[in-house]
Design a protein around this ligand. Structure first.
Ligand code: ADP
Ligand code: MG
Length: 223
């Protein structure tokens, strides 16, 4: 489903060339869960943003369902991204003036996706993240972990085929972290969602079907 070929991204910092992503190639099948670990500064976030169509590579290809995303025009790419992918960041924030349900529905407000089924799906996701009773609560009345779970539910409301998660549990306590992981596994199983997840947590990394580590822009598979 995702094929990355010889992907490369450099930054020029005061005349010094930094290879943030250095000739990375790998592929991910539909429904697979992939983890990437690596030290800070090793290029993990840059790699995710190249795959997610947010940062243009210097060279190389990202094929999603055989389509080369970096040969698309900006409009086509942005539509493609909205339709297929979603992102979960370490500090995903909610809109303070919207309730839990409204926050989850936010991604559908900008697209054609909003239908009778949409709110039903949002309510199902609330149930999956275990926050039914907080449906009408505002973020200020939720704990950090609960806010994170709402942000995660929001990432799935459009039924993305691909979820790119950048240290999604980085600032959570262990218990919430394992709940979130459990949630990812369930969604991965139930909705056949393909996951690429950057994480510091070795336990989380070890549960993925395919595991990589990144060092100085170079990606290697862990067997
Ligand atoms: P990680 O997510 O593994 O911590 P990053 O992908 O954020 O690593 O960064 C990889 C390297 O690229 C780092 O050395 C970082 O400083 C550099 N870098 C990232 N983004 C930029 C940018 N926009 N401009 C210049 N250098 C950058
Ligand atoms: Mg990072």
């Amino acid at each position: 489903m995702i094929e990355v070929r010889n992907l490369r991204k450099t930054y020029n910092i005061d005349g010094q060339i930094l290879k943030a992503v250095d000739e990375v190639s790998f592929s991910v099948k539909k429904g697979e869960m992939v983890s990437i670990i690596g030290h800070s500064g090793s290029g993990k976030t840059t790699l995710l943003s190249l795959i997610g169509g947010l940062t243009r590579p210097d060279s190389g290809q990202v094929l999603i369902d055989r389509e080369n995303i970096w040969s698309m025009t900006d409009d086509v790419l942005s539509e493609f991204r909205n339709r297929k992918m979603n992102f979960i960041y370490q500090f995903s924030s909610l809109i303070p003036t919207l309730t839990s349900l409204e926050n989850i529905l936010l991604p559908t407000a900008f697209g054609k996706e909003y239908g009778a089924d949409t709110e039903k799906h949002a309510r199902e996701l609330l149930e999956i993240v275990g926050l039914n009773e907080k449906i009408n609560s505002f973020p200020s009345h939720l704990s950090g972990g609960q806010q994170r779970r709402i942000a995660i539910a929001r990432a799935f409301v459009n039924r993305p085929a691909i979820v790119l998660a950048d240290e999604p549990t980085g600032d959570l306590d262990e218990e919430t972290e394992s709940e979130v992981l459990e949630l990812f596994s369930r969604i991965n199983r139930d909705e056949q969602t393909t996951f690429i997840m950057v994480t510091h947590n070795k336990d989380i990394a070890s549960k993925a079907q395919k595991r990589f580590s990144m060092s100085n822009g170079v990606l290697s598979e862990i067997s």
